[in-house]
Design a protein around this ligand. Structure first.
Ligand code: IMP
Length: 428
């Protein structure tokens, strides 16, 4: 068996979909282990763009086994929509498997997500309003409903009705909202569960067999390290573990079986939602990067906040995830800037620090300490067919990141197409 983890080393949206797609070709099994349809992966093949939210990117190789692990929260309506979208584009989804232990997102989770964000006012987390937090909360609270519960439809319906009533109580009495239509929720849930029930399976058996049969497994992270519920910029985080720490529990594989992890790093930093962002660019350069890099959410369409690369954050991320290498994406976006900054340390209350503080109040007092790197031109990047063809200054930027991180950039990508990704080493 050999396995590889691909995950976001920053705040998500690093271009994981494209890198996973690139490596999925060699995998026997591609596995999602956390998050839900809050994720948005865009993969471009030829002239066709594919936008994926729940289904692992490996699905684009027809017939590749793709697993939605127990750590994922699944909205059946979104999943049916995504399967139809893929089928309409000629992608076969028969090889999809959903863990019978995965929890289900219902409309009341989405409504509570929305109402909570509304109540937070100025202190909004900026969630995707996909019901992610409320669904994980039910899981931990032990009132959630799982895929395997659908084996007994009658009991499933009874539990669902009980949950709708108790959530309606909460919605009306606590959030002062409007009650949801119980009959409609039950009717739709049964309809969509019927449509996806053929994919539900015991993923632990699948994983056990994959290990026994020496299969190549690719674990596909969603969101990013700094959005991890424990290690991210809490409370401006998601409710799962996008780090390597989440794989064993979210995919049903022993942590001792995990071998290598590649952190996907965007050549600069972006984030959506609120929270401190030490290297954020508020002026013209930030807007320029946003437009050049099409930095708008795949799931929500929201403009992303943009800033320089932050090595304090990346070193924290590399250590936590036990990264063996990085995949550096969107190097092309920085082209045509005269000079490019990299944050190498923070200044906190007059002192220089190289660690990432847990407290957001402390983090918001940190000032970036930068080094400057010379820029390069887009024309020269676009001509490159191999890594070595890239302009010298672009390669110097990559080399500086490798040096500051102590890790190789085994993959470098300079555009959305498959042939714009340079694999510098055979890693899988
Ligand atoms: P939630 O996951 O919808 O609860 O949102 C919690 C936080 O995670 C918010 O700041 C979202 O913007 C952020 N988030 C969730 N999914 C993604 C993603 O795929 N990319 C980037 N940010 C995300």
């Amino acid at each position: 068996m050999s396995n590889l983890v691909i995950l976001g080393a920053q705040w998500g949206d690093e271009g994981k979909g494209k890198i996973t797609d690139y490596l999925a070709k060699k995998a026997d099994l591609v596995v999602r282990y956390q998050g839900g349809d809050n994720a948005g992966h865009t993969v471009e093949l030829g002239n066709q763009k594919y936008k994926l939210h729940l289904v692992p990117s490996g699905i684009l190789y027809n017939g590749k086994s793709c697993v939605i692990g127990n750590g994922v929260v699944v909205n059946p309506t979104s999943l049916v929509r995504e399967i139809k979208y893929l089928n309409d584009l000629g992608i076969n989804t028969d090889s999809l498997m959903i863990s019978d232990r995965a929890h289900i997102i219902f409309p009341y989770h989405i409504e509570i997500d929305r109402l909570e964000e509304e109540m937070r006012g100025e202190d909004k987390i900026g969630t995707t309003i996909k019901g992610i937090g409320p669904c994980y909360r039910d899981k931990v609270e032990r009132s959630g409903i799982r895929m395997c519960d659908y084996e007994n439809k009658e009991a499933f319906e009874t539990r669902l009705r009980a949950n709708i009533r108790s959530k309606n109580n909460l919605i009306v009495k606590y959030y002062e909202g409007q009650p949801l239509d119980e009959e409609l929720i039950v009717h739709e849930a049964m309809k969509y569960m019927d449509m996806i029930s053929k994919y539900i399976t015991d993923v632990n058996v699948v994983m056990r067999n994959a290990v026994k049969e020496d299969s190549k497994i690719l674990f596909e992270g969603a969101q990013g390290t700094l959005l991890d519920i424990d290690y991210g910029t809490y409370p401006f985080v998601t409710s799962s573990h996008p780090t390597t720490c989440g794989i064993a529990v979210g995919a049903g594989i022993s942590p001792y079986r995990l071998q290598k992890a590649i952190g996907v790093v965007k050549a600069y930093t972006t984030r959506v939602g609120k929270g401190p962002f030490v290297t954020e660019l508020h002026g013209e350069t930030g807007n320029w990067i946003r437009e050049r890099g099409f930095e708008y959410g795949t799931t929500t369409g929201r403009p992303r906040r943009c800033g320089w690369l932050d090595m304090v954050m990346l070193n924290y991320s590399a250590e936590l995830n036990g990264l063996s290498a990085i995949a550096l994406t969107k190097l092309d976006t920085l082209s045509d800037l005269e000079s490019i900054k990299i944050c190498v340390a923070y200044k906190l209350d007059g002192e220089i620090i190289d660690y990432f503080p847990a407290s957001l109040e402390t983090l918001s007092r940190c000032e970036p300490i930068y080094i400057d790197m010379p820029g390069w031109h887009l024309d020269d990047v676009e001509k490159a067919v191999t890594y070595k063809d890239l302009p010298e200054n672009a390669r110097a930027y990559v080399q500086k990141i490798e040096e500051l991180l102590g890790l190789p950039a085994d993959i470098v990508s300079v555009g959305p197409k498959r042939d714009q990704t340079f694999m510098r080493k055979d890693i899988f």
